[in-house]
Design a protein around this ligand. Structure first.
Ligand code: AMP
Length: 183
C-alpha cells in the first residue's frame, strides 16, 4: 500500500525478483483488461478514468483468480491491493480458505507535495491516462478516505504492518524492506 506515486510498482518488482515470487498489481491487471477490451476492462474503465476505485467485488474476483495460480503457491507480492477495508477482510477470507497467511502488509509513505511532483512528471513512456492533474487530486483523496483506514485495520490485526519511509533512494527503501521482511 501507499498513495499513488509512492513507488509501489518499483518496490514490488524488486521484492518479487529478490524473493522469486510473482507480483500481482491489480492496476496492471485492470489496465491490461482495458486495453484488450474484455468485459472486466469495460467494467473498470470509467472508475479508473475518474480516479475512483473499481468495486470491491470486481477486485476480489481478480485476486481469487491469481491466488489459484500454481505460480502463487510459493508466495506472492500484491501491489496496490488491498485498497479498502472490505478488500482487506475479503483477502483474509480468501487466504484462510487456502490455509495461507500474510507475512506482512507494507505501507510506503511519501509526503503529498512530493507525490504531486512525481505524478506530474510521469511523462513519455510512463504516461498514464489517470495522471491528469484533476484525476491525480482525486486519487490522492480516495487514498486518504479509503486506504488509510486499511493501515489502521492492519495495525490492529495479527499481520505485521511495515511502514517505510518512501522519500529516499529506491535502493535504500528496498534494502530496508528486505531486512524488515526477513527480520
Ligand atoms: P494503480 O496502478 O495501482 O495506481 O491503479 C490504477 C487504478 O486502477 C486505480 O486508480 C483504480 O481505479 C484501479 N485499481 C487498482 N487497484 C485497485 C484496487 N485494489 N481496488 C480498487 N481499484 C483499484
Amino acid at each position: 500500500m501507499g498513495p499513488p506515486g509512492a513507488g509501489k510498482g518499483t518496490q514490488g518488482d524488486l521484492l518479487s525478483a529478490h524473493f522469486g515470487v510473482p507480483r500481482y498489481s491489480t492496476g496492471d491487471i485492470l489496465r491490461r483488461a482495458r486495453s484488450e477490451g474484455t468485459e472486466l476492462g469495460l467494467r473498470a474503465q470509467r472508475f479508473m478514468d475518474a480516479g475512483e476505485l473499481v468495486p470491491d467485488d470486481v477486485i476480489l474476483g481478480i485476486v481469487d483468480e491469481v491466488l489459484g495460480k500454481d505460480e502463487a503457491r510459493g508466495g506472492f507480492v500484491f501491489d496496490g491491493f488491498p485498497r479498502t477495508v472490505v478488500q482487506a477482510e475479503g483477502l483474509g477470507t480468501l487466504l484462510e480458505r487456502r490455509g495461507v497467511s500474510l507475512d506482512a502488509a507494507i505501507d510506503i509513505e511519501v509526503p503529498r507535495e512530493e507525490l504531486i511532483d512525481r505524478l506530474s512528471g510521469r511523462h513519455g513512456q510512463d504516461a498514464r491516462d489517470d495522471d491528469r492533474p484533476e484525476t491525480v487530486a482525486r486519487r490522492l483523496e480516495v487514498y486518504e478516505e479509503e486506504t488509510v483506514p486499511v493501515l489502521d485495520w492492519y495495525d490492529r490485526s495479527a499481520v505485521p504492518l511495515l511502514r517505510v519511509d518512501g522519500y529516499r533512494d529506491i535502493e535504500a527503501i528496498q534494502e530496508d524492506l528486505r531486512e524488515r521482511l526477513v527480520g
